[in-house]
Structure formats: structure tokens, C-alpha cells
Design a binder for this molecule. Structure first.
Ligand SMILES: Cc1cc2nc3c(=O)[nH]c(=O)nc-3n(C[C@H](O)[C@H](O)[C@H](O)COP(=O)(O)OP(=O)(O)OC[C@H]3O[C@@H](n4cnc5c(N)ncnc54)[C@H](O)[C@@H]3O)c2cc1C
Length: 354
């Protein structure tokens, strides 16, 4: 019996399982899924958990219910590519084929104190902890959110709707929010923040964090709680693999999404170096291609000479419960429609994944 092992039950590996189960996985293969969590976490919704607008149960789903899946729940501590063994603490798992889909963690850009004194929404456990600490803040407390990318924007707006009493500051490195996208989009988001009393601080450079203090361009400000949404990088176990790693810490792959020196190992999602910014949408599109490659190999068929280019539709973001923004196929969509689109995408995801 051969063993296909999937590391991480995130967006990429969920998509792969949806293609190969129940029938495409050959009869002489077993499938082992390893995750620290006993369920699939809806990472794009973590900001809602942290803000207190969604419950824990709303942002997780069961893994596929298939007799062909063996699950191992625990912390992956080592991936030995030469001996083909994954360690989950003292448990050793042999593999014949492996897919690494372990996602991302915060990147602190060497800012002193950032890791120690800020909260995170990168894992479910950390989002729960962030929620707990935000919930305990007294009336009028000041919350700083560092980084006005998609997750910082969504967290700031959601928190505003959850806690009207808090003083919320969103520190943005750019001149305007989402500077790589049309000005119309930035203006819409900034107007929402102004109307809803969230202070956006442009041209920020948070270069130090201490307990109860944040330094913006070296100028200290008192703050009760800080959430870091200013950058991501693949988890360290992947960044430290003895293979070619890009400047952003991602694994460099061949066109079939395999590690060139270990072709029985695929990397999916946020850990893979790809020509688009990491996203759940990208992890799923890549998961589609990995499943296709695996199926061809299992059937003894040749792989295509050239894999098709992965296309990304754009992105969707929410501003609280009823408003949103989107940039889809080079078009900007704002307001209620964008919010409905985002809810629809989430609903479809939950529907298709059971
Ligand atoms: C707040 C926020 C909002 C976002 N919004 C969007 C959005 O609107 N649209 C979009 O497309 N993307 C969005 N993203 C990005 C998206 O969530 C990720 O790109 C996507 O989840 C990556 O999928 P993945 O398969 O690489 O890994 P993940 O979905 O992150 O899954 C990784 C899995 O690995 C497990 N794991 C990690 N390390 C270990 C270990 N050592 N041992 C055991 N298990 C481990 C984790 O528990 C997890 O289940 C958002 C992200 C955040 C944080």
C-alpha cells in the first residue's frame, strides 16, 4: 500500500481532496491528512472571530467524511524529504507522495517588540486569543491595527461594528489605502472609515512596539492593544526546508507544483512561490492543477508539456456587515452588491464542502 500524505487541511488540500476522493485515488493508496486542528478553518473569516461578530463554530467546518482518510491531529515538527518521513511529535508518518499546504504566519519585518506585544489573526488559536483580549478592553480603549491590507481593513471595520465604544486606529504605510488598486476603491474605503469614526493614519512606519506603546516613525503613542496585519510569510518549517526558497520564503516549484529535487512532493497555497499574491482563491486554483497532475500520474499518462496559466478573478472585501468592496476583472465594485457577492462566495464554499 502506498501513502499519500497531505500536510495541512487548508484551502489547497481541501480542494485536492475534493478532486481525488472517493474514486480517483487509486485502490492501492491510503490518504493521511495531518493538521493541528481537528477541522478545516475558514481563514479568510478569522477577522470576524477576532472582532466578535462571528462565533467559533461559524468559521470552521468538518473535514470530508470519507472512510479513505486517516487523520492525524497534532503539530507537525519535521519534514524529512530524504527519508520521506513526517514527524508529528513522536509520531512518524511515512509517505510516498506528499502535499505541503501549511499556510502562513505573521511576518514582523524585524520590528522590535512586534512579535511580543501585538496580537494576531493568522491562526485560529491566535484569533481566539485576540478576540478574548479585545473583549476585555474597557470602554473607550484605543486599538491600533498595523497594516491596511485586506485583512487589516476588514478587521478595523468589523471591530467598529462590534464595539462602537473603541477608539480604532488603522496604520497604513501608503499614501492611500490599497495604493496598487484604483483610487475609486481607496476613496470608498476611506470614506467608510471616516463616516464610521475609524482613524486611518497614512504614511505610517511602525518601527517599534512596547507594552502599551507603539512608535510610528519613531514617535511614541499610547495604545491599549495592537493587532498586527502587516505582512505574512510561510510557516517556518517550510521556510527552513533544504530546497530552493524564494526571497519571500516560499518554495520554488516546477510547473507541476512539485519540488524539482523531490518530485513526489507538491507544495500548495501560501507556501508555494506563484505569480500571484497568496489567497484562498489561488490555493484552490493550484489545488485543481495538482489534483490533475496526480491523477495523470496514477493513470500512467503523460503530463501536459505546458500547464495552463492560473488566472485569478480579483478580490472581495467587507466593510462591516452590509458594505463591501471588490476588484473583479479590472472592475471596481463597492457597496451592498460587493457585500452580497462576498457572502455568496462564502455560502458557496460552505455548500460545496459539505
Ligand atoms: C484575515 C484574513 C482574511 C483573508 N481574506 C481572504 C479573502 O478574502 N480571499 C482570499 O482568497 N484569501 C483571503 N485570505 C488568505 C487565505 O486565508 C489564505 O491565502 C489561504 O487560507 C491559504 O490556504 P492554504 O491552503 O495555503 O493554507 P491555510 O488555509 O492557511 O491552511 C493551513 C493549514 O495548515 C495547518 N497547519 C499549519 N502549520 C501546522 C503545523 N505545524 N502542524 C499542523 N498543522 C499545521 C493549519 O491548522 C491549517 O489548517 C485571508 C487571510 C486572512 C488571515
Amino acid at each position: 500500500m502506498k501513502n499519500l500524505v497531505l500536510l495541512g487541511g487548508g484551502y489547497g488540500n481541501m480542494r485536492i481532496m475534493s478532486h481525488i476522493l472517493p474514486n480517483a485515488l487509486p485502490k492501492d493508496y491510503s490518504l493521511t491528512l495531518v493538521d493541528r486542528m481537528p477541522y478545516h478553518s475558514l481563514k479568510p473569516e478569522f477577522y470576524e472571530l477576532a472582532a466578535g461578530t462571528k462565533s467559533d463554530k461559524d468559521i470552521r467546518m468538518n473535514f470530508p467524511d470519507s472512510p479513505r482518510i486517516n487523520t492525524v491531529y497534532g503539530e507537525i515538527t519535521e519534514i524529512d524529504l530524504d527519508d520521506q518521513i513526517v514527524s508529528v511529535g513522536n509520531t512518524k508518518i511515512d509517505y510516498d507522495e506528499l502535499v505541503i499546504g501549511l499556510g502562513c504566519e505573521d511576518k514582523y519585518h524585524n520590528v522590535p517588540g512586534a512579535e511580543e506585544h501585538t496580537f494576531s489573526i493568522q491562526t485560529l488559536s491566535k484569533s481566539r486569543e485576540t478576540f478574548h483580549h479585545i473583549s476585555e478592553l474597557p470602554n473607550g480603549a484605543k486599538v491600533g491595527i498595523v497594516g491596511a491590507g485586506l485583512s487589516g481593513i476588514e478587521l478595523a471595520s468589523e471591530l467598529r461594528e462590534s464595539r462602537s465604544d473603541l477608539d480604532i486606529y488603522l496604520y497604513d504605510r501608503g499614501e492611500r489605502i490599497l495604493p496598487r488598486f484604483p483610487e475609486k476603491l481607496s476613496r470608498y474605503i476611506e470614506k467608510w472609515f471616516k463616516k464610521n469614526d475609524v482613524t486611518v493614519v497614512p504614511n505610517s512606519n511602525i518601527n517599534r512596539v512596547e507594552d502599551g506603546r507603539i512608535f510610528n516613525n519613531d514617535i511614541p503613542e499610547d495604545v491599549d492593544l495592537v493587532v498586527w496585519t502587516a505582512g505574512i510569510q510561510p510557516v517556518d518549517i517550510v521556510r527552513n526546508l533544504p530546497v530552493d526558497i524564494s526571497k519571500s520564503g516560499r518554495v520554488i516549484l516546477n510547473q507541476y507544483h512539485q519540488i524539482p529535487t523531490y518530485k513526489n512532493v507538491y507544495v500548495v497555497g501560501d507556501c508555494a512561490e506563484l505569480p500571484h499574491a497568496p489567497s484562498a482563491q489561488l490555493a484552490e486554483a493550484q489545488g485543481d492543477q495538482i489534483a490533475d497532475v496526480m491523477k495523470l500520474q496514477w493513470q500512467g499518462k503523460p503530463l501536459p508539456e505546458k500547464m495552463s496559466e492560473i488566472k485569478i478573478q480579483g478580490f472581495l472585501g467587507s466593510l462591516g456587515e452590509k458594505q463591501g468592496f471588490a476588484y473583479i476583472m479590472d472592475r471596481t465594485v463597492t457597496g451592498r452588491l460587493a457585500s452580497i457577492l462576498k457572502s455568496g462566495v462564502l455560502w458557496l464554499y460552505k455548500y460545496h464542502n459539505g
